[in-house]
Design a protein around this ligand. Sequence first.
Ligand SMILES: Nc1ncnc2c1ncn2[C@@H]1O[C@H](COP(=O)(O)OP(=O)(O)OP(=O)(O)O)[C@@H](O)[C@H]1O
Ligand SMILES: [Mg+2]
Length: 356
Amino acid sequence: MAAFRVNLKLKAVLPLAGVLLAGILAFVWITLSLEGSERQTVILVALAGAIAICAAMLAILAVLVQHPLVELREKIARLRAGDLTVSVGFSERNDEIGDLGRDFNEMVRQLRETREELERLYSTQMSRAEHLATLGELAAGLAHDIRNPLAGIAGVMEIIARDLPVASPSRQVLNEVQEEILHIQKILSDMLAYARPKPPYFREADLNETAEHAVALARQQVLSRPIQIEITKDQSLPPVEHDITQVRQLLLNLLLNAIQGIEGTGRVDVKLESRDGQAVMRVRDTGRGIAPENLPQIFRPFFTTKGQGTGLGLSLARRIVENHGGRIEVSSTLGQGSEFTVWLPLRKTTPGSAPS
Ligand SMILES: Nc1ncnc2c1ncn2[C@@H]1O[C@H](COP(=O)(O)OP(=O)(O)OP(=O)(O)O)[C@@H](O)[C@H]1O
Ligand SMILES: [Mg+2]
């Protein structure tokens, strides 16, 4: 329905004019008993007074209501044009118009925050996608160019090691070279796993067992160090549909990080539980912790603070968790330790519903 528009001023003036007219008529009627000249003077004075009151009321109305409304209309137009920095000046007032101004400013602030959050998410998703595409090409090239010659070098090293006299001082050098080759092979396979992820092979299995296996592997790494690794299983945990190899790998990555974060004596606790219809795995360590400025970076590929690190462990871990439709969280206090929490759904999520 096309609404009939009436200007605000007119809306305010019309009732005032009506009241004024009625007042004058009533006044004329009351003053009928007075003498002619007296009557005229009284009517003129009353008329002037009434007009002055009306003018004052209109002016007050304009200041109190119309100015804020005009400002609001201008700000809304700017908002619609995409300017999210607008705010209205009348929000300082301590009346209903002030309430309106505060509500408007608050709404704009929330809009601004939402847009900033969206932009941030969009840019991180974009950079992740670009990163992945580049990595895919890079990894394929590297695999082709380096893997085969590297396997050849490793083979030759083995032959040399076999032929070298046991007491030869070159053995030490050879061992170091072999370790370096293993390191390069690990970087390559991590990169390939990250760039060309295998889809999980879901199988219903006991997550306690998967975790125990990873813990056993991690214990092998700390045989000669004063680090205790404990696991608290949850026997009431229902079977979880998961890729056993991948989840073991993800847990091992978390455990290795925990171990590498401990200088001297320390302990690592792995705890399983079921919560809100999901399986939860926690890995807590008493290591050096993660600096707050590093926390947002640690899941990025190639972010590492270690001389020997490739910085792919946590990106792979996150990839595995996400491909299982789960999520991974971290909390850490510098100097006290870190805790990684992995949430996995008990059942495989329908294809496409897992975040990429
Ligand atoms: N439990 C932990 N304690 C302290 N720092 C940690 C822990 N877990 C992760 N970090 C930090 O996060 C960074 C990234 O970890 P990530 O596992 O991705 O790579 P990395 O361990 O450096 O190398 P690699 O590819 O060999 O795993 C680490 O270099 C370290 O600074
Ligand atoms: Mg690591």
